[in-house]
Design a protein around this ligand. Structure first.
Ligand code: SAH
Ligand code: SF4
Length: 346
């Protein structure tokens, strides 16, 4: 029998499994605390469990879902972790220090099927969805290295809402007071805008929502992000207006500024019109260049002018500093170089 990957299981699922091997359900909470609060590396460290139960766990389960194979640190302290999956695929997670915060950028898929033209992950194509355990273990393994993580963002490889079920279960474990015990205020899911899953997310989970917008008219957005042909802006904005936002929360709209593509004053005015009446904040992201991606970064002056136009219209607007680009760890640059190198060697 294949061992059960314990990090694949939410608390009720773990209780069911424990019951199926003849133990009491309440032990699930105990195991959750050992795994996520005490962060044990082996069941032998759990001396409050009976010897028999520990043997059952040892032979019937697997504690880790990922293998850490490489770690790189950028000049600004950003760390990129490369993990190998059981089938040889690789994914990356990025830890961004921004005192007092330490934000971990999580991957949800190997590659991505959305094919956005500016994104390196998109240019890899889609390989497969990550399992619940593979999502959760990114956090556990980075905590082993740098124990303090304050915020989690689904802004690594992949489209989280295209892997909705596993991402939602992983978030249950992150939010579980007996599990990782993160507050929903400290978790952000970023999506290219898959509307049916977006509506489900609103009903199921209170985490922060970020929408990758990048253009305020359909022609340009469909060119940059093919998903816009399926879910055009009018429908996307309607879903955002109807989104059941908890009090005081806003939806973050991410807008990458690409030289002479979407960074002129006219684009800013369209954006203001589009976001009218939405509880929004805008994150302007200077484009991160990458070999093979046919866009350039907007000059700093144009980025500032763009921000000024939005701010004059009372739109809450931040320019997000690019982090870790010297080790290709910045937004949109994740491509699990290891697997590419391995392929090149083969
Ligand atoms: N698939 C999801 C989450 C992962 S991408 C999404 O698209 O929202 C995380 C963020 O990185 C998105 O806002 C995405 O648009 C942005 N991004 C992609 N390529 C980028 C690049 N080259 N420079 C800057 N940001 C980029
Ligand atoms: Fe996928 Fe997001 Fe990259 Fe688009 S920007 S290809 S949705 S990871």
């Amino acid at each position: 029998m294949q061992p059960v990957v314990v990090k694949d299981l939410t608390l009720p699922e773990l209780a069911n499994w424990i019951e199926s091997i003849g133990e009491r359900r309440f032990r699930a909470r105990q195991l959750f605390r050992h795994i996520y609060a005490r962060r044990v590396r082996s069941w032998q460290e759990c001396s409050d469990l009976s010897k028999l139960f520990r043997v059952q766990l040892e032979f019937g389960t697997c504690l880790d879902a990922l293998k850490l194979i490489e770690k790189q640190t950028a000049a600004d302290g950003t760390r990129k972790y490369l993990f190998e999956l059981h089938d040889g695929h690789c994914i990356e997670s990025v830890l961004i220090p921004d005192p007092p915060r330490q934000t971990l950028c999580l991957s949800s898929q190997v590659g991505c099927a959305m094919g956005c033209r500016f994104c390196v992950t998109g240019s890899m194509g889609f390989k497969r969805n990550l399992s619940v355990g593979e999502i959760v273990d990114q956090i556990c393994q980075v905590q082993r290295d740098q124990s303090r993580i304050t915020n989690l963002v689904f802004m690594g490889m992949g489209e989280p809402l295209a892997n909705h079920e596993s991402v939602c279960k992983a978030m249950q474990i992150m939010l579980d007071p007996n599990g990782m015990a993160f507050s929903h205020r400290r978790i952000t899911l970023s999506t290219a805008g898959l509307i049916p899953q977006l509506r489900r997310l609103g009903e199921e989970s209170p985490v922060n929502l970020a929408i990758s917008l990048h253009a305020a008219d359909d022609a340009l957005r469909s060119h940059l992000m093919p998903i816009n042909k399926t879910y055009p802006l009018e429908q996307l904005m309607a879903a955002c207006r109807e989104y059941p936002l908890p009090p005081r929360k806003r939806i973050t709209f991410e807008y990458i500024l690409m030289d002479r593509v979407n960074d002129e004053p006219g684009h800013a005015r369209k954006l203001i019109k589009l976001l009218h009446g939405v509880r929004a904040k805008v994150n302007l992201i200077p484009f991160n260049p990458h070999p093979g991606i046919p866009y350039g970064q907007s000059p700093a002056q144009r980025i500032l002018e763009f921000q000024e136009i939005l701010q004059k219209a009372q739109l809450n607007t931040l320019i997000r500093q690019s982090r870790g680009s010297d080790i290709f760890a910045a937004c949109g640059q994740l491509a699990a170089q290891y697997s590419l190198r391995q392929t090149a060697k083969a």
